[in-house]
Design a protein around this ligand. Structure first.
Ligand code: DGJ
Length: 322
């Protein structure tokens, strides 16, 4: 039975399938995106993918790459009209040793606000072309849209960190969630009170399940984590896990996608789940439709997501719009 509420109707109204344009009619360039909601404004942050896609030679997988263009920021009050706010985290050129060089990998930026320090904190996956560096980078700003000052990167507790997301809990504690151990196992690490460094408190979850693209949200005291399988830029089935305690036991569930093309997450890969703040219980599942041989031309898929009795459902555009 189709679950229909005002919340779902609102989320359905915000669907995106394909391109997104800003208020200047330029294509929105914000991949592997995340969202910050601050003082009534939504801020969208994402990877700037610009330029020719190329394949890194001598890899045993399809390592397609595009110059790392830094992190973009767009703002909106209605999630429909997006104003370009500029580059939130700028790349540098001609300095291969610098984490932010355009020849490196800058992926999946996420931003949260620290109400104690009054700073906006960005975490982002920093890597080298062969993805062997596997670091988590952190940057800080006084303003939501930036510019952000880069503070550096590390492997939290010596652990690899690739695809990542951030989660700020109701008690103000924040967590970094990242694909680790060569993408075999995810980890969740509690951040320091200023959100600028990993603490030694971390857990290993979804062990040996080869998951990435984490998107974590909380609803009615339960935590939900959507992930993809690891298959480069190719789409695969999503799965979700649930937990009653973020640092507690996580239980892997099934595929949250329903209907045609659910086996490929509707030809996309998760990046974020956005709670709609004015309509509690409504969520948008945000995903990337990678165009692996022309990454700049990758599309976006935003779909309504419902949670009913602890079960996530994401339906494709055709079935969810009424
Ligand atoms: C899948 C990841 O989810 C992306 O963010 C990116 O790192 C690609 N792999 C690289 O192939």
């Amino acid at each position: 039975m189709f679950f229909k509420t005002d919340a779902l109707a609102q989320a359905s109204n915000l669907q995106v399938d394909g391109k997104l344009y800003d208020t200047d009619k330029n294509l929105i360039n914000a991949h592997g995106a995340g969202m910050l909601f601050h003082k009534g404004i939504y801020y969208l942050f994402g990877e700037i993918k610009k330029g020719t896609t190329w394949e890194v030679p001598n890899q045993n997988w399809e390592d397609y790459r595009v110059p790392a263009g830094g992190v973009s920021c767009y703002s909106s009050t209605d999630l429909k009209h997006w104003k370009y706010q500029g580059i939130a985290l700028s790349p540098v050129t001609g300095d291969q040793a610098n984490d932010l060089d355009t020849g490196r990998v800058i992926e999946r930026p996420k931003v949260i606000y620290n109400s104690k320090t009054k700073k906006f904190v960005m975490w982002v996956h920093i890597d080298k072309n062969d993805y062997g560096y596997a670091h988590a980078g952190v940057a800080i700003s006084d303003k939501p849209a930036g510019p952000y000052s880069y503070l550096g990167s590390s492997r939290p507790n010596g652990q690899m960190a690739r695809d990542m997301t951030l989660f700020k809990d109701d008690d103000g504690k924040a967590y970094l969630i990242y694909a680790s151990e060569n993408n075999m196992t995810m980890q969740i690490c509690l951040l320091s009170d200023d959100y600028l460094s990993p603490t030694t408190k971390y857990i290993r979850i979804l062990e040996n399940q080869h998951r990435e693209a984490p998107a974590l949200f909380k609803w009615q005291k339960k935590y939900y984590l959507i992930t993809s399988l690891c298959s480069g830029w190719d789409a695969n089935p999503a799965k979700y896990a649930t937990a009653n305690n973020i640092m507690g036991k996580w239980e892997q569930k099934g595929n949250p996608c329903i209907g045609k093309d659910s086996a490929t997450t509707f030809n996309s890969q998760s990046t974020y789940v956005l709670p709609l703040y004015k309509n509690k219980g409504a969520f948008i599942f945000m995903a990337d439709r990678w165009n692996k041989t022309n990454l700049e031309k990758s599309d976006y898929l935003w779909l309504p997501l419902t949670v009913t009795n602890g079960k996530i459902e994401i339906k494709s555009a055709e079935t969810s719009v009424r």
